[in-house]
Design a binder for this molecule. Structure first.
Ligand code: HEM
Length: 208
């Protein structure tokens, strides 16, 4: 049975989601500041934020298939999850630029140009910017059907994120296979989705 929530309850849930979503970053920042983040706290912090970017991208992409399959209609939470993914990517980059590279621009530019995994990460972050900027109701109204086209950029972002992740880690273990596997699965679903939806429509028409 679907639970009907009032407008106020829905927005309270969304704000709770933002709060919960930012907890991992706050917790790791606190652990780093209090010296309990291991031998290389900057690297650990940087990796942790990158990993949460991937997790939030997975959750964002999972909303549509879960809805299609009738498991969970979480459309109203997709914006918060997508924005959280962007915030984590921005924090991941900030830790890299400020704590790892001490804001030394020539080193950052050299990394982006010469190290393919950083190039892919940088492209993914750049593509996330227009999505974050236009994730408000006014932009949805103003852009009309172009909004949906623009927001399809989330797929190249996810593919580049998976590539960046698989190249950043030295050895692929269970954790990496699970995260990358889920991203590949969600991207593959997008490719077959139009055909699945058409088949569903035809079945409904035939039944009617
Ligand atoms: C959507 C964008 C991005 C995603 C999803 C992402 C995700 C990740 C993930 C999952 C890792 C590996 C974490 C682990 O070892 O378990 C990682 C590592 C790394 N990322 Fe990103 N990243 C993104 C953008 C960037 C950008 C823009 C930069 C810098 C310009 C960057 C720099 C790095 C570096 C240097 C590492 C390796 C840290 C190390 O182990 O030495 N990433 N990233």
């Amino acid at each position: 049975m679907a639970i009907k929530l009032s407008q106020r309850q829905q927005s309270a849930l969304i704000w709770t989601l933002y709060g919960l979503g930012l907890l991992p970053a706050l917790w790791t920042f606190w652990a780093g500041a209090s010296g309990t983040l291991g031998a290389d706290p900057v690297k650990t912090f940087e990796r942790f934020l990158g990993l949460w970017t991937i997790r939030l991208l997975i959750l964002t992409l999972a909303i549509t298939p879960l809805r299609d399959l009738g498991i969970f209609n979480g459309l109203r939470y997709r914006r918060a999850l997508g924005l959280l993914a962007f915030y984590y990517a921005a924090m991941h980059f900030t830790v890299y630029a400020v704590l790892d590279q001490a804001l030394f621009l020539p080193a950052i530019v050299a990394d982006v140009v010469k190290r393919p995994f950083i190039t892919f990460g940088m492209i993914a972050l750049t593509l996330l910017v227009p999505l974050a900027v236009t994730s408000n109701n006014a932009s949805i109204r103003r852009l009309g059907s172009r909004w949906s086209m623009l927001h399809k950029l989330v797929y190249p972002v996810a593919a580049l994120g998976a590539l960046h992740y698989s190249m950043a880690v030295k050895v692929l273990g269970v954790e990496q296979y699970i995260h990358i596997g889920l991203l590949v699965l969600l991207l593959a679903y997008r490719l077959v989705r139009p055909r699945l939806m058409e088949a569903k429509r035809q079945k409904r028409r035939a039944a009617a």
